[in-house]
Design a protein around this ligand. Structure first.
Ligand code: BTN
Length: 276
């Protein structure tokens, strides 16, 4: 396939008409010892997984549903990549969100932003064709899972999905690129741009031993993140919530929140139940 470049990161493309979940396929392959660089793409998932136990549903032909298998903890001497310590693997879903946003910008001609940690948002046109900025909707989500020393990162992107077929989201309205006014409804160029961009960011991040600041990922993430400078309420396990203004995202990918009383809290993506 044209997506597989000899010597590139993506070594094997597994295209499936129907599967349970591409994340389940790729984590299964990881447990069976599959090397880094597998891409599983499915037209339909019987039980697509979303974050926090939600489901991800995408009608056949309407979206991109894929997972990639990465092994950031392995050294790759042929590429001069050191092993990335586990404490930095949490950047992978954020890195993927950046790559999805850039592919949407480039191919769909929209302006994608990120809701921390890794929801991809686009603005929908105003109802009734009114001028001005429409409401933001989630067009894509990312789900990372660790299995057998590998990281599987799954992406669900709504391309031509109709309003009544969108997957459930957490509060935020869902949308598709077409509903948001995309000029292109073709999935192939999106997939190609996404895999190329993802391989680029992953390679730079690996070469920098996972240091998001050094490889430019932190700056790219901050530039795309719509959560920064907004009022947020982040629900954390145990029933508590941290409420305040999101100041920035730090070098560990944590959201830095300034509470009204001036104190600061840092929340890591793995601990978040809801962000509003
Ligand atoms: C979210 O809840 O925002 C994350 C959604 C991730 C869905 C994708 S679709 C491809 C991959 N396989 C799955 O089972 N889930 C992810």
């Amino acid at each position: 396939r044209a997506l597989i470049v000899p010597g590139g990161l993506w070594r094997r493309l597994d295209l499936r008409a129907e599967t349970e979940s591409t994340n389940a396929d790729a984590t299964g392959a990881a447990r069976d010892g599959e090397p880094e660089g597998l891409v599983v793409v499915a037209e339909w998932q019987d039980s697509g997984r979303g974050r926090l136990g939600r489901r991800w549903v995408s009608p056949p032909g309407a979206g991109l549903t894929l997972s990639v298998l990465l092994r950031p903890g392995d050294q790759a001497p042929q590429r001069s990549w050191p092993a990335v310590p586990r404490t930095r693997w949490g950047w992978l879903p954020l890195l993927t969100g950046v790559a999805v946003g850039e592919a949407v910008d480039r191919v769909a001609g929209l302006h994608a932003t990120l809701k921390w940690p890794n929801d991809v948002l686009v603005r929908q046109p105003q109802p009734g064709g009114a001028m001005g900025r429409g409401a933001e909707g989630k067009c894509a989500g990312v789900l990372a899972e660790v299995a057998a020393d590998a990281v599987v990162v799954g992406v669900g992107l709504n391309v031509t999905t109709r309003a009544d077929e969108l997957p459930p989201t957490d509060g935020l309205p869902a949308t598709s690129l077409r509903l948001a006014g995309s000029s292109s409804a073709d999935r192939d160029p999106l997939l190609r741009a996404l895999l190329r961009g993802l391989a680029g960011w992953y390679g730079r991040w690996r070469a920098a031993s996972g240091d998001a600041e050094e490889c430019g990922l932190l700056a790219a993430y901050r530039g795309a993140c719509a959560t920064i400078d907004r009022m947020v309420s982040v629900q954390v396990p145990g029933g508590g919530a941290v409420t305040g203004r999101a100041r920035t995202v730090d070098a560990d990918g944590q959201l830095v929140i300034r509470r009204e009383d001036g104190t600061e809290a840092r929340v890591s993506a793995g601990d978040v139940l809801h962000v509003r």
